[in-house]
Each structure stands twice: as structure tokens, then as C-alpha cells.
Design a protein around this ligand. Structure first.
Ligand code: 9MG
Length: 288
């Protein structure tokens, strides 16, 4: 399967690694290291040197309880990094829920919108639909980052996530967005308990029936802390294990902080024959 994006048609015959670029002073992962565009661009180059296939640039933290960032501030954080990273020659994703950020980033030439709100914000669907080749990742979230971890409840988390994603897929199709532009994400940690997240991992193949590639973000998430007893800065091994499990269960894109370790782990599992086999040697590895 392929993911059509503004400049690239990404071959997903092997799992792709999406490196996280947080341009947020309060980022839970880098503690403000990437507070300016130059530092963020250096981080982009580092992730690419480590083997990232896609960069996901975001200016608003989505961790539970995070404060919203005003539009002007988010634009000021994200756009200079997108502008500077366009020359790196890899697909650029913009992690945002704001239609104006989507529009301005796509106008600059960004390739993908990664929306944890699944284009539900007024104007978001229109913003993406207006760019006929832009890729999009639609993520499931119950509630919003401010409230989502307040006793989330499901009868069947996998079925409910699948229903939601199937509904959003229909809405995008009706708006004229081609299937090939769309990737789906069950939203690990977004309005889900530890058990919900683990159930989504165990039963992830059921989501493949939606017919679109899956993107999974397990990196450093609190469920890994619950399983291992580790603080956020000590979750590398847990993150790699979860990424491998997700890839083994059919994930096409892995959103990660620790690119080098994830790339190595995927190479070893690929060599061991533990990952899905590429469709054809001719297209293997191509991002064009
Ligand atoms: C922005 N962001 C944080 N976690 C994420 C996840 O799991 N998936 C996607 N698509 N985006 C995420």
C-alpha cells in the first residue's frame, strides 16, 4: 500500500519511521531543548541521519492536561521549521488540530497533516481537502487532551475505535479525499486506560480491516511506564518493544522519539523475517 502526500508517494511495504520533532518549550520528551527553529532543524537533521523516513513537526503538546497554545504562537513555532525542513527531501508531517496551521503549512509545501482530532475541528476537513495531494493521518481520541484521561470507558475499545475511524474515512471520501491520502491511527493513550491501549495492541490486526495503513505512536507513552515501572526518560526499551509489536501486528508507520534504536530494531526483525514482506523488490524502500 502507498500513502499519497504532497510531494511523495510513500511505499508502505515496509514499516516507516516517523521521527517526532516537538517545537514546544514544555515538551515532555525534550524539556524545551527545541525551543527555537534552528534547534528544531538541527534535531530534524539528527533524526534523518538516524534513518527517519518522515518528520512530524508539532508546536502544541498533546500530553494529558497540556494547555492549549494560541494560534499565533503555534504558527510562529511550526512554520519556520516546516520552511527550513522542506529542503531535506523527506516527507514533512505537521502535527496540529488547528485548520489555520494546517492550511498555512500545506501552502508552504508540507506533505501530511497529522491530526489527533481526526479533522473534526470546524474547517479542518476543508483545509486538507483543498490540497488535492496532501496526506492525512486521522487519529482516534476520546475527549480532548485536557480531559481525556478522566475515567475513559468503552464496551469494546477496538470495535469503537474501528467504528469511529470507519466513520471518519467515509466523511473524508464524501469530501473528495482519495483513500490513498489517508492513514489511520487508534490513538494510543488518547482517552484510554492502560488496559485499553494493550487491548488495541493485541487486537491491532482487526483495525487492518479498515483497508488503510495504520500509524501507531507508542513512544515513551505512560502505558509503557505502567507495564515497566519506568519514568518517561527510561522507556527506550519499552518503546522499542512496543514499536516492534505494532510493526509485527501490521503497523505501517511508527511515530517515535528514538529513531536510531527503532530503525535498528526494525532492521533486525526484518532480517529475521518477522515483519510483513515487501510487495515487490522493485518498489522496496521507495519514497518518490
Ligand atoms: C501528536 N501525537 C502524539 N501521540 C500521537 C500518536 O499516538 N499518534 C499520532 N498520530 N499523533 C500523535
Amino acid at each position: 500500500m502507498f500513502w499519497q502526500t504532497t510531494r511523495f508517494r510513500i511505499d508502505l511495504a515496509r514499516p516507516r519511521v516517523m521521527g517526532i520533532v516537538n517545537v514546544t518549550p514544555d515538551s515532555f520528551s525534550d524539556g524545551g531543548r527545541l525551543g527555537d527553529a534552528a534547534a528544531a532543524l538541527r534535531h530534524c537533521e539528527q533524526l534523518l541521519a538516524e534513518g527517519a523516513d518522515i518528520l512530524d513537526i508539532g508546536g502544541e503538546s498533546s500530553r494529558p492536561g497540556a494547555a492549549p497554545v494560541p494560534l499565533a504562537e503555534e504558527l510562529a513555532r511550526v512554520l519556520p521549521v516546516v520552511q527550513g525542513a522542506l529542503g531535506f527531501g523527506v516527507p514533512l508531517s505537521v502535527d496540529t488540530v488547528k485548520p489555520e496551521v494546517m492550511r498555512r503549512a500545506l501552502e508552504l509545501g508540507a506533505d501530511i497533516v497529522n491530526d489527533i482530532g481526526a479533522l473534526l475541528a470546524p474547517g479542518a476537513l476543508e483545509a486538507v481537502a483543498a490540497f488535492p495531494r496532501a496526506g492525512v493521518c486521522l487519529m482516534h481520541m476520546r475527549g480532548d487532551p485536557a480531559t481525556m484521561q478522566q475515567r475513559p470507558a468503552y464496551d469494546d475499545v477496538v470495535a469503537e475505535v474501528a467504528d469511529f475511524l470507519a466513520g471518519r474515512l467515509q466523511v473524508l471520501r464524501a469530501a473528495g479525499v482519495d483513500d490513498e491520502r489517508i492513514v489511520l491511527d487508534p490513538g494510543i493513550g488518547f482517552g484510554k486506560t492502560v488496559e485499553h491501549n494493550l487491548e488495541l495492541l493485541r487486537r491491532q490486526p482487526e483495525l487492518l480491516a479498515l483497508g488503510r495503513p495504520l500509524l501507531l505512536g507508542w513512544s515513551r507513552k505512560s502505558t509503557l511506564g505502567a507495564v515497566t515501572g519506568r519514568a518517561v526518560g527510561e522507556r527506550l526499551a519499552g518503546s522499542i518493544a512496543a514499536a516492534l509489536a505494532a510493526a509485527r501486528q501490521g503497523a505501517a508507520v511508527l511515530r517515535v522519539h528514538d529513531v536510531a534504536a527503532t530503525v535498528d530494531a526494525l532492521k533486525v526483525w526484518g532480517a529475521a523475517g518477522l515483519l510483513p514482506v515487501p510487495e515487490s523488490p522493485a518498489t522496496r524502500g521507495a519514497i518518490r
